[in-house]
Every structure is written in structure tokens, then in C-alpha cells.
Design a protein around this ligand. Structure first.
Ligand SMILES: Nc1ncnc2c1ncn2[C@@H]1O[C@H](COP(=O)(O)OP(=O)(O)OP(=O)(O)O)[C@@H](O)[C@H]1O
Length: 250
């Protein structure tokens, strides 16, 4: 379980977030969205313990793990050793940690011949699978994901979103996912919370209904979310739509 109560945050001397109250239950994927620079990553970093809060309280029940947009792997270590890193820090013996890491890497779609490759020999998608495996390996109760698939192409993103969703459901993790991608929100999330205003606060979270796996159902769910009052504005989409393009006004 992860909860924020009346949280305020400063960055560079400026108050960027205030009065943020939110609870992410075990087994729930809460998607955090809002326009660029609003404070999504800062809030996630505060939940990860990487940034102090200026006011309020963040409570984490159980272990937490973080996945960043870049995989942040050790270049001189194999995929297997990278995925097992957190377990090493926890003092899990080598055979047990390699076994658990290998099983997670397979669950996330790595083939056996990839397990001993170093990061430079893996694709971007494989590297991010290793980063997710490394996070899941420590058996967290709370998973914090900061745009984990933003650098991947659309097909791969869809596959990894599906695998992530299955992995967090199976483990009953309280998951906070920061993303700019509305498709990702409806594919992975149970609820979406939007940051808006300055300093930013949280709009009341909206439930997401799980769409069928077809593209049409996913796009219909996205359109439904964007039609909800305040959502397009909070994502900065209406302001963008009024921007002139090189061809004139869109
Ligand atoms: N290291 C830092 N020092 C000072 N200010 C920072 C720092 N990092 C971020 N900020 C500021 O804090 C505010 C929130 O940034 P943050 O990265 O949390 O927003 P975001 O919503 O995650 O943005 P994006 O969607 O573009 O990633 C921004 O105004 C940003 O300029």
C-alpha cells in the first residue's frame, strides 16, 4: 500500500505540488498523468524516497522498487546479474538469486540465450525487461514506474504493457505508473489521477474500465477518457490543438 497525505514538494526553491492526497491499494495500478513539467516525476521520486517532501506524509507499506525511463543497468554485468542485483544487496545466496532472476527474465519474455548477454548486446526493449525484472526480483509491495516504455516503439510497448499488467496483478502490487501515453493508461491502469494547476494539485482520480484487447476497444476507451471533463485540459491537449503548425492553424 502507498499513500500520500497532504504532500507538498519544492523543486529549485519553487513550490510545485501542494495538498496531494492519494491512496494506491495493493493490486491496483494508479496512473499519474499531467502536462510536462507539472511534477509527476518529482512526486514519484518522493514516493521512492529520493526527494524529501516539504509538507505532508508519504506512507509505504512493504518494500518499494523503482523502474526509470532508462534501464540504468550495469554495463559490465550480464542481464541475469543485473536482474539479480537487488537480491544480492538483500543477501540472497547466489544460486537462489540467479534462479529467481532467470525465472523473472523468462516471465518478461527474455530467451535463455539472452540471459548471459551484457546490456550493450540487448535491444532497448530487452534492457527495459531486465530493469523490470530487477525491480520485481526484490518482491516489492509497491512498484513505482516512471515512463518505463516511453523510449520503445509502439508494438513492443503494447507487449510490455501486457506483461507488466500481468506481472503486477499476479503479485498484487500497489503500482504507481507515470506516463504521457493515454493508450498506456487505459491498457495498464485501474484508475488515472491527473495533476493540474500551479502549484499543482491532484484532480479526483477517475476509474478506468478495462478495454477488450482489440485496438478499436483501446482507442474507444482513450476517447472516453479524453471526453471526461478536465482531462484534455490537464494533459495540455487543448492548448496544443490551438498551436499553429508550419502549415497554418490545425
Ligand atoms: N533537479 C531539479 N532542480 C530544480 N528543479 C527541478 C529539478 N527537476 C525538476 N525540476 C522542476 O520541477 C518541476 C517538475 O518537474 P518534473 O520532472 O517532476 O515534472 P514532470 O511532470 O515529470 O515532467 P515531464 O512530463 O516533462 O517529465 C519542473 O518545473 C521542473 O523544471
Amino acid at each position: 500500500m502507498l499513500s500520500f497525505e497532504g504532500v507538498a514538494l519544492h523543486r529549485g526553491g519553487a513550490l510545485i505540488l501542494s495538498g496531494v492526497t492519494l491512496r494506491v491499494a495493493a493490486g491496483e495500478v494508479l496512473v499519474l498523468m499531467g502536462r510536462s513539467g507539472i511534477g509527476k516525476t518529482s512526486l514519484l521520486h518522493a514516493a521512492a524516497g529520493l526527494l524529501p517532501v516539504s509538507a505532508g506524509r508519504i506512507a509505504v507499506r512493504g518494500r518499494r522498487a523503482v523502474v526509470f525511463q532508462e534501464p540504468r543497468l550495469l554495463p559490465w554485468r550480464s542481464a541475469l546479474d543485473n536482474a539479480a542485483l537487488g537480491l544480492k544487496a538483500l543477501g540472497v545466496p547466489r544460486p537462489a538469486r540467479r534462479e529467481r532472476a532467470a525465472s523473472l527474465l523468462r516471465e518478461l519474455g527474455l530467451r535463455d540465450e539472452d540471459l548471459l548477454k551484457r546490456p550493450h548486446a540487448l535491444s532497448g526493449g530487452m534492457r527495459q525487461r531486465v530493469a523490470i525484472a530487477r525491480a520485481l526480483a526484490v518482491e516489492p509491495a509497491v512498484l513505482l514506474l516512471d515512463e518505463p516504455f516511453a523510449a520503445l516503439d509502439a508494438g513492443l510497448r503494447a507487449e510490455l504493457q501486457q506483461r507488466l499488467r500481468e506481472a503486477v496483478r499476479r503479485r498484487h502490487l500497489a503500482t504507481l505508473l507515470v506516463t504521457h501515453d493515454v493508450v498506456e493508461a487505459v491498457r495498464v491502469g485501474d484508475r488515472v489521477a491527473l495533476l493540474a494547476g500551479r502549484p499543482a494539485g491532484l484532480l479526483p482520480p477517475l476509474p478506468l474500465t478495462r478495454p477488450a484487447a482489440t485496438d478499436a476497444a483501446v482507442f474507444e476507451a482513450c476517447a472516453g477518457l479524453l471526453r471526461r471533463p478536465g482531462v484534455a485540459e490537464a494533459l495540455g491537449l487543448l492548448a496544443q490543438a490551438r498551436q499553429p503548425s508550419p502549415r497554418g492553424w490545425d
